[in-house]
Every structure is written in C-alpha cells, then in structure tokens.
Write a protein that binds this ligand. Structure first.
Ligand code: ATP
Length: 228
C-alpha cells in the first residue's frame, strides 16, 4: 500500500526553480532514501511535502490530498519531521520537550526511552546541555512523540561522530523491524544508507532521475549522480 505519493512536484525560491518535477512514492513500512548531491533539491522536496513552502504538483498522503494544506494540518495527518539541524527547546528538559510534541498514540516518553536509553537516563536534563548526538536522538524522539505514520529525517546524522551515527542507524532499523513505520530519509552517506534503506530516489537538478533498490545502484551511476 502506498502511503505517500508525490507526483510532478515543482517549487521555486523567488524566480529560481528549485524543483522542476519530482515524483516519488513511499509504501507502508518502507524505508526510502532521498539522495543527490548538494543543492539538488532534497530539503526543498521535504519542505514541500510538509507544506512548509508552496508547490505545484500532487502530494497524496494516506489517501488525502495535501497539496493545499498548511503545515500544521500536515503534521496532524501524521507526518513527523526531523528537520535539518537539531530543533529542540534548549531551556526545556528532555521530558518537557517530548511532552510538548506529544499527540495521542503508542509513542510516549517511555517508549522513546526504550529506543534511546541515553535519553531515558536524562529525562530531567535540560536539552541545551545534551551532547549533539543526544540532541539528535531527542529531535527524533520528538517526531515520534507526535505518533506519525511517516517519519522524515533530513540529514539526521550530519556532523555526528561515527559511533553516534551507528546508534541512530540501529534505532532506524529497530523502528522498521518492530513498528513497521514508513521512513523517508535524506543522508549523504551511501554506505550508511545501504544499511537501512529498502530503496532510493536520487535527485538531480530538481528532478528524480533514479529510483530503485539500493543494491541495484551500480558504481558508475552512483559516481555520476552522487559523486562517490
Ligand atoms: P544540500 O544537500 O546541500 O542540503 P539539497 O539537495 O537539500 O542540498 P535544497 O536545499 O533543496 O538542496 O536546494 C535546492 C536548490 O534551491 C539549490 O539551488 C539551492 O541553492 C536553492 N535554495 C534552497 N533554499 C533556498 C532559499 N531559502 N532561497 C533561495 N534558494 C534556495
């Protein structure tokens, strides 16, 4: 079953066209990587899906047309976004950050603590005093606390130490295996994405130019489209 279907997405910043036709699907329980070199439109695609910027084309999520919905409505329909850069409330504790995001459903603070034990040990600590990796775990925890049907991670491990990146990948694999949550993930590391993603969509200059299981991505194409 297709959960998110994006068709012919176009978006501009002023006169500059950033997306000139992006189509992609995410199935129920599927982990899809959105890839491409710098500036190819990954973050813009996510911003348009989450209705944080106007766009043309069709976005259907869980059978509902999101195309003209404002972003707070999209969040309520079940899209949990972990945006680029860790957006936690520094002056609030971990528990308060999770409570502020909470919507009814199985994901509460206890379940987030089960996924990220390090956060569980720090429920009373101010978010501003967490390490970078812990803040990223909290950002993911906040998105999960909204009880989404689709989790979107935009460069969730950028700038983090290899060990923390591995911890977050483990959490993503657990989410997939244990909850069947659909996940759309933007990341630059092909090697790391191969560990978690079922399929990839690659963007080039605001268009999707490759779509398939990651194990079918040959080195020449990866080099051409990703510069790796
Ligand atoms: P990166 O991997 O560097 O984050 P990306 O694939 O996420 O890149 P986008 O951030 O979506 O790419 O950018 C797509 C295009 O839109 C780029 O040409 C970029 O310069 C442009 N762009 C992005 N944000 C803005 C903005 N706020 N104002 C003007 N142009 C923008």
């Amino acid at each position: 079953m297709i959960l998110l279907s994006v068709d012919g997405l176009r978006a501009c910043y002023g006169a500059a066209e950033a997306l000139s036709g992006v189509s992609l699907d995410v199935g129920e329980g599927e982990v899809v990587a959105l890839m491409g070199r710098n500036g190819m439109g990954k973050t813009t695609t996510i911003r348009a899906i989450c209705r944080m910027m106007p766009s043309a084309g069709r976005i259907v999520f869980a059978g509902r047309d999101l195309t003209r919905l404002p972003s707070h409505r999209a969040a309520r329909l079940g899209i949990g976004l972990v945006p680029e850069g860790r957006r936690c409330f520094g002056p609030l504790t971990v528990a308060e950050n999770l409570a502020a995001a909470a919507r009814p459903g199985p994901w509460d603070a206890g379940r987030v603590a089960g996924l990220f034990p390090r956060l569980g040990e720090r429920m009373g600590q101010l978010a501003a005093t967490l390490s970078g990796g812990e803040q990223q775990m909290l950002a993911i925890g906040r998105a999960l606390a909204t009880n989404p049907r689709l989790l979107i991670l935009d460069e969730a491990t950028e700038g983090l130490a290899p060990l923390v990146r591995a911890e977050i990948r483990t959490a993503i694999r657990r989410l997939k295996a244990e909850t069947g949550l659909a996940i759309l993930i933007v990341d630059k590391s092909l090697a790391e994405l191969r560990e978690v993603a079922d399929r990839a969509v690659i963007l080039e200059r605001g268009r999707d130019v490759w779509d398939g299981p990651l194990h079918t991505l040959d080195p020449a194409t990866a080099d051409r489209l990703l510069g790796v």
